[in-house]
Design a protein around this ligand. Structure first.
Ligand code: FMN
Length: 232
């Protein structure tokens, strides 16, 4: 680290070096309520396209409920390393849901209601907001099908995911993002066990939080700066 790097810069880089995709957590260690609240705040305060916050975060703490996801969650079950996986060992286990076309289409009620009630846009600004969002969906990004709109929502949810993991790392809390699951099977469990309407929400990604049980299983490797960034 260079001499000119400030304490904050060093702290940021150290947090990113510290963070790794934790495969097994120490099941005896729990994240404090205050730290987990901070992680959730990092998600809630995250930016999103048009400010629409098209996500919902489930925190699954009941061990029996977590087990319902194990059969089809190969990325969190420990099946590849002979452990209880993130599902069985994490202090906190979250599922980030993406809104679907039912709520995020320009023609649905949610965007305008959100702009008015949450973003506090004045009444005279709502028409312009709706026109811009409609143009964005229809022309700019061509988000027409339910799948396209849900995927767009999921992209926003991943921003919250990244911020949650960075916030955790800054507090020396470990984490793991998880896409290793059968999304259709997860949707069925979410509907049957949690009353989540699959027409309204689809699981985008899971994220486990806790404290590592041991040293990272894999070294951190990345492409070089030159291969990653082009200055134009
Ligand atoms: C969206 C996403 C999904 C991931 N899914 C899983 C997963 O299901 N199980 C797992 O153990 N790791 C998962 N990972 C972790 C990656 O494999 C890991 O971040 C990558 O190999 C780099 O390693 P590092 O995070 O330890 O630096 C996922 C990462 C991301 C960003």
């Amino acid at each position: 680290m260079s001499d000119t790097q400030s304490a904050v810069q060093s702290q940021i880089i150290e947090a990113f070096e510290f963070r790794h995709a934790t495969k097994v957590f120490d099941p005896t260690r729990k994240i404090s309520d205050s730290e987990f609240t901070t992680i959730l705040e990092a998600a809630r305060l995250s930016p999103s396209s048009f400010g629409l916050e098209p996500w919902q975060i489930l925190v699954v703490q009941d061990p029996a409920k977590r087990e319902l996801f194990r059969p089809f969650s190969w990325g969190a079950s420990g099946v590849f390393n002979g452990t209880d996986g993130q599902l069985g060992t994490a202090s906190h286990f979250t599922i980030l849901l993406a809104h679907t076309g039912a709520t995020m289409s320009h023609a649905s009620e949610y965007p305008l209601k959100h702009a008015s009630e949450v973003k506090k846009f004045p009444a005279e600004a709502l028409e312009g907001f709706n026109a811009a969002y409609t143009k964005f969906q229809k022309e700019d990004f061509q988000l027409a099908t339910d799948r396209e709109i849900t995927d767009w929502s999921a992209r926003q949810a991943y921003i919250a995911l990244g911020n949650m993991m960075t916030a955790a790392a800054l507090m020396e809390v470990d984490s793991c993002p998880i896409e290793g699951f059968d999304a259709a099977a997860a949707s069925k469990v979410l509907e049957a066990e949690f009353g989540i309407d699959p027409q309204q929400y689809k699981p985008a990604v899971m994220a486990a939080f806790g404290y590592r049980a041991g040293a990272p299983m894999f070294p951190k490797t990345r492409r070089s700066v030159e291969a990653t960034v082009r200055w134009l």
